[in-house]
Design a protein around this ligand. Structure first.
Ligand SMILES: Nc1nc2c(ncn2[C@@H]2O[C@H](COP(=O)(O)OP(=O)(O)OP(=O)(O)O)[C@@H](O)[C@H]2O)c(=O)[nH]1
Ligand SMILES: [Mg+2]
Length: 209
């Protein structure tokens, strides 16, 4: 996928701030610090359009990025960050839940898991919740470059087993640092979003028509 244009659109805190053009939306969720913003930057090959931080929990709104005027990435607040107040967590939770259950242009949820560790309870709960509600999910494991080659297959296996990865759900091993998995992930996204990239959709993806 050739990205020729990428723009930050809005940090939305209320549904009436969401774009109204109906373009397909791809949501990114995962623990705080898992690498959501870094993945966006790598997918569009820009260093710092999505703000990354060493301060976990920095993303507190739904951040919309528009790519090639074709598709939105929606960066979610990271879950599982202890220093966030209960009230704030409940408010985010409600906003995310409403978005995921009611947002018509949502085509795919990328659930991101840190490849260095087994999935957390929150990761497993999130995946179960998404599947329970029938949402299309692609599991993306991040920070692959931090695992020695010889141990990658083992880590991938543990993550698939602990999550109970459903048959048909794409599973992509990714590194924002090295760009591993970028093309494969674009192919999956293009398939779910119905984008025409001029190439065949990757295996394991479904296109809308
Ligand atoms: N080595 C390596 N480091 C990564 C990778 N992805 C992210 N990081 C680092 O992990 C830290 C967190 O990355 P972010 O992209 O800010 O994580 P996030 O999920 O957006 O975090 P929140 O917005 O706080 O929820 C940063 O220091 C990144 O440089 C990766 O693939 N490889
Ligand atoms: Mg972020």
């Amino acid at each position: 996928m050739k990205v020729t244009k990428a723009d930050f659109i809005i940090s939305a805190v209320r549904p009436n701030q969401f774009p109204e053009d109906g373009l397909p939306e791809i949501a990114l969720c995962g623990r705080s610090n898992v690498g959501k913003s870094s993945l966006i930057n790598r997918m569009i090959n820009r260093k710092n359009l999505a703000r990354t931080s060493s301060t976990p929990g920095k993303t507190q709104q739904l951040n919309y990025y528009l790519i090639n005027d074709d598709i939105y990435f929606v960066d979610f607040p990271g879950y599982g960050y202890a220093k966030v107040s209960k009230t704030q967590r409940a408010a985010w939770g409600q906003m995310m839940e409403n978005y995921l259950l009611e947002r018509e242009p949502l085509k795919l949820v990328m659930q991101m898991i840190d490849m260095r560790h087994p999935p957390t309870k929150d990761d497993i709960m999130m995946y179960d919740w998404l599947k329970h509600h029938g949402l299309p999910v692609c599991v993306v494991t991040t920070k692959m470059d931090k695992i020695p080659r010889s141990r990658r297959a083992k880590h991938a296996k543990v993550i698939k087993e602990d999550l109970g990865l459903r048959p048909g759900d794409p599973f992509i091993q990714f590194s924002s640092e090295e760009g591993i998995g970028r093309e494969e992930l674009w192919a999956v996204i293009a398939g779910y979003a119905g984008l025409n990239t001029g190439s065949e959709p990757a295996e394991g993806t479904t296109s809308e028509e």
